[in-house]
Design a protein around this ligand. Structure first.
Ligand code: NDP
Ligand code: 8X3
Length: 252
């Protein structure tokens, strides 16, 4: 029988590809994001292609009340959530600390850190009674090394790294697995968002590089959920071959 998987940030990039992968494998998916129309059309596509149940839920992870309302309002048939993929997130700007926008810092902190906390707090009570569950947090190489002009984005992903470790320790007694996945450069809508819709600047990030795709990351996310019950991948860094860490690239 298919499991129930809740994926945040499923309107594009890693989240959309992850929803597709789980649906393809016969699992039911709860897909979330702010763009309602996209959620509806992705939902319809997954139902038509794979015959699984799909529940689109539109909310902003920054809005604590909206997160709890959406998750507590999930219909009875979905009560058990087996896997949560905390993926929603963004970078805004790439500027020196002294020149960066405080509003953009707030948005990154509210989305990447607080959003992940709210969604986790709302979902975990649905895992505890089952005595099992799996939470996958999407961090970044930007949380493993700090690069110039990465300041608060790097800070939020370092927080995801630390919070994942803390969740793993505190949820041990409930048999809930916590996996943190830290991707490197991947071509999604990420850079377009970061550079405020400037397609040229966004494309330049991938110059001379074969970046990861959403599908590449989705395959790895899915893999971490296929291990036997007694095994857990705790922490995983995934980069393109041409990227050693957050800083060193070999562009050709
Ligand atoms: P995309 O921009 O393609 O996708 C981001 C997703 O997050 C969208 O579905 C978006 O949905 C959702 N999202 C953003 N803000 C909110 C919000 N306030 N409330 C709800 N949903 C939100 O980027 P990626 O797929 O690349 O990014 C996914 C995650 O991976 C992010 O956490 C990112 O930091 C991380 N990451 C990305 C890397 C990359 O190079 N691409 C590398 C390492 C990590 P909507 O706009 O509809 O709300
Ligand atoms: C996204 C990867 O290197 O652009 O988290 O910060 S990077």
């Amino acid at each position: 029988m298919g499991k129930n998987i809740l994926i945040t940030g499923a309107t594009s990039g890693f989240g959309e590809a992850t929803a597709e992968k789980f649906a393809q494998e016969g699992h039911n998916v709860i897909i979330t994001g702010r763009r309602e129309e996209r959620l509806e059309s992705i939902g319809q596509r997954l139902r038509d292609r794979y015959g699984v149940k799909v529940l689109p839920l539109a909310f902003d992870v920054q809005n604590r009340q909206a997160v709890f309302d959406a998750i507590t309002g999930i219909p009875e048939e979905w009560q058990a959530i087996d896997i949560l993929v905390n993926n929603a997130g963004l970078a805004l700007g790439r500027d020196y600390f002294d020149e960066a926008s405080i509003d953009e810092w707030d948005t990154m902190i509210d989305t990447n850190i607080k959003g992940l906390l709210y969604v986790s707090k709302a979902v975990i009570p649905r895992m505890i009674p089952q005595r099992k569950g799996h939470i996958i947090n999407i961090g970044s190489v930007a949380g493993k090394e700090i690069y110039e002009k990465g300041n608060v984005y790097c800070g939020t992903k370092s927080a995801v790294d630390a919070i994942s470790k803390s969740m793993r320790i505190d949820l041990l007694r409930h048999h809930i697995k916590v996996t943190a996945i830290h991707p490197g450069a991947a071509e999604t809508e990420f850079s377009l968002v970061r550079f405020h819709g400037d397609a040229e600047k966004a494309a330049a990030i991938y110059n001379g590089l074969q970046p990861l795709t959403g599908k590449d990351v989705a395959e790895v996310i899915y893999y971490t959920t296929t291990l036997p019950e007694h095994m857990c991948i705790n922490d995983l860094v995934l980069t393109p071959l041409q990227q050693a860490d957050a800083i060193f690239f070999h562009r050709e």
